[in-house]
Design a protein around this ligand. Structure first.
Ligand code: FAD
Length: 396
C-alpha cells in the first residue's frame, strides 16, 4: 500500500486530539456508505478489530452513496485542504482498484465551463494544481468548438480542462470496499442500529433490530442523512437532509460514442450550477442541478422527481448540448444530501459521550474523498493526527 500519507494543511495545533485507541481494540462503524465503508477498511488495516453495520447494505438505494456515478475533481476554489484531500483520495482510489482488479475510477477529465474572464472557483485552485504537477489546460471557445462539436459555446468565455479528474462508479465502489473489508478480516452485520445505554459518559452498547446488543471501545456513527434524526438533540441543526435529483437522458444512437467520450463537465455560471457525467456507466447522459432541494426524510421519502427541476435540467441540456434538445429521460434518481451548515465534513466526539464519534456532512461533495477521509479518521483514532477544527460540531 501507499507510503505517501495525507499532509494536512490546517494548523495542527488548532485541531482537537482524542484519546488514542490501542491496536486490537474493538471499533464499531455504523453505516456502510462511502464514509463508513472506507473508514472501517482503514481502521482494519491499522490493526483494529472492526465490525461494520448497515440497515440496508453498502451502497443501498436510500443512501447518498448509492447512485451509479460520482464526480471526482480536485478543484475547490481557494480551499487547499479539500484540494489536497482529493489528491490523496485519487491516489488511494487508484491503488485500491489496482489491488482489487476492479475498475472504479474513469479518468475522463473534468471540463469547467467559464462565462467570464475570471472564474475564482477554478482559477484559485490553479496554484495548488501546479504544486501537484496537475496543471489545467485553458481552452478558448475556438478550441472547444474544434474538440467538442456537440457543445454550444455561444455564451462561454473559455473552459478549463482538468485531465486528472473524472468519475467514480459509486454503487459498485461501495460494494468493492465492502468485499475488501470482508476479505481482509472485517465483520459485517445487517441491522438498523440504535444507541444503547449511556453510563458515566460512555456508550455501553448499541441495540440491533433483533434485540441483540453489541459492545465496543469506540462507536463511529457514519449514518449520512440519518445522523440528524438519530441524534436530534445534538445534530438536528448540524446535519439536514435535502432532496436532490439527477436525470439520465438518452443520447441519439448515431452520436452515442461522441457523447460517451465527452468529459465530466461543470457549468459555473454562478447561479444554478449544473454538472454532468456523460456515459455514466451506460445509464445515459447524466445531469445534476446542484441547488438545495426540499427537506427530505431519507427512510420514508418517495423517490419521485420534481417536474420543475426536471424541466430546468431539460432546458439547460438543450441549450448547452443542442443535439439533446429532444432527448428522452431514460432514468432518474433521487438522492439525499446530508448538508452541514458550511459544507465542511463532520467528524467529532459526542459532547457528552467520549466513545461516540460522528462522521458525515458530505454535503454533496463527499463521495470522492472516501478513502482519504477513511485513512484520516484512522490516523486520528490512532492518535497520529488531530481533528481539523473545521470538522468539529462547535465550529458554527
Ligand atoms: C445527487 C447527489 C450528487 C452527488 N454528487 C457527488 C459528486 O459528484 N462527487 C462527490 O464526491 N460526492 C457527491 N455527492 C455526495 C456524496 O454522494 C455523499 O457525500 C456521500 O455519498 C456520503 O456518504 P455517507 O457514507 O456519509 O452517507 P450514505 O452513503 O448515505 O451512507 C450512510 C449509510 O448509513 C446507513 N444507516 C443510516 N442510519 C443507520 C442506522 N441507524 N443503523 C444502521 N445503518 C444506518 C444507511 O443505510 C447508509 O448506507 C452527491 C450526493 C448526491 C445526493
Amino acid at each position: 500500500m501507499s507510503t505517501n500519507t495525507f499532509a494536512p494543511v490546517y494548523n495542527k495545533n488548532e485541531g482537537k486530539a482524542i484519546e488514542p485507541l490501542k491496536k486490537g481494540s474493538r471499533v464499531v462503524v455504523i453505516g456502510a456508505g462511502a464514509f463508513g465503508g472506507w473508514t472501517a477498511l482503514y481502521l482494519l488495516r491499522a490493526g483494529f478489530e472492526v465490525t461494520l453495520l448497515d440497515a440496508w447494505g453498502p451502497g443501498n438505494s436510500r443512501s447518498s452513496s448509492g447512485d451509479e456515478t460520482r464526480v471526482i475533481r480536485s478543484t475547490y476554489g481557494g480551499n487547499q485542504f479539500y484540494f489536497n484531500l482529493n489528491v490523496r483520495a485519487l491516489q488511494l482510489w487508484k491503488e485500491n482498484e489496482q489491488q482489487w482488479k476492479t475498475k472504479l475510477f474513469q479518468n475522463k477529465g473534468v471540463l469547467w465551463f467559464c462565462y467570464d474572464e475570471h472564474t475564482p472557483l477554478v482559477e484559485d485552485s490553479v496554484p495548488f494544481a501546479k504544486a501537484h504537477g496537475m496543471e489545467y489546460e485553458k481552452l478558448s471557445t475556438d478550441e472547444l468548438n474544434k474538440r467538442y462539436p456537440i457543445l454550444n459555446t455561444g455564451d462561454l468565455h473559455h473552459a478549463y480542462l482538468d485531465q486528472y479528474g473524472g468519475c467514480l462508479r459509486a454503487r459498485e465502489a461501495c460494494q468493492a470496499v465492502f468485499r475488501a473489508f470482508l476479505n481482509e478480516g472485517g465483520q459485517y452485520l445487517q441491522s438498523v442500529v440504535q444507541p444503547g445505554k449511556i453510563l458515566n459518559g460512555r456508550l455501553e452498547y448499541i441495540l440491533l433490530a433483533n434485540g441483540n446488543t453489541l459492545k465496543a471501545n469506540r462507536f463511529i456513527f457514519a449514518c449520512g442523512s440519518w445522523l440528524g434524526y438519530l441524534f436530534p438533540e445534538i445534530l438536528s441543526n448540524i446535519i439536514t437532509c435535502s432532496k436532490q435529483e439527477v436525470y439520465y437522458f438518452g443520447v441519439p444512437e448515431t452520436q452515442a460514442d461522441q457523447f460517451d467520450k465527452f468529459p465530466v463537465w461543470v457549468d459555473v455560471d454562478g447561479k444554478n450550477f449544473y454538472y454532468g457525467i456523460p456515459g455514466n456507466n451506460y445509464r445515459g447522459f447524466k445531469i445534476g442541478v446542484d441547488e438545495r432541494g426540499e427537506p427530505f426524510h431519507p427512510s420514508t421519502g418517495d423517490r419521485i422527481y420534481n417536474t420543475t427541476v426536471l424541466e430546468k435540467a431539460r432546458k439547460f441540456i438543450a441549450h448547452r448540448f443542442p443535439d439533446l434538445a429532444k432527448a428522452p429521460l431514460v432514468e432518474n434518481r433521487v438522492c439525499p444530501y446530508e448538508n452541514s451548515p458550511d459544507g465542511n465534513f463532520l467528524f467529532d466526539q459526542h459532547p457528552e459521550v467520549d466513545n461516540i464519534l460522528f462522521l458525515g456532512g458530505g454535503s454533496g461533495h463527499g463521495f470522492k474523498h472516501g478513502p482519504a477521509l477513511g485513512e484520516m479518521v484512522s490516523l486520528i483514532i490512532e492518535g497520529k493526527l488531530k481533528i481539523p477544527p473545521f470538522f468539529l460540531i462547535n465550529r458554527v
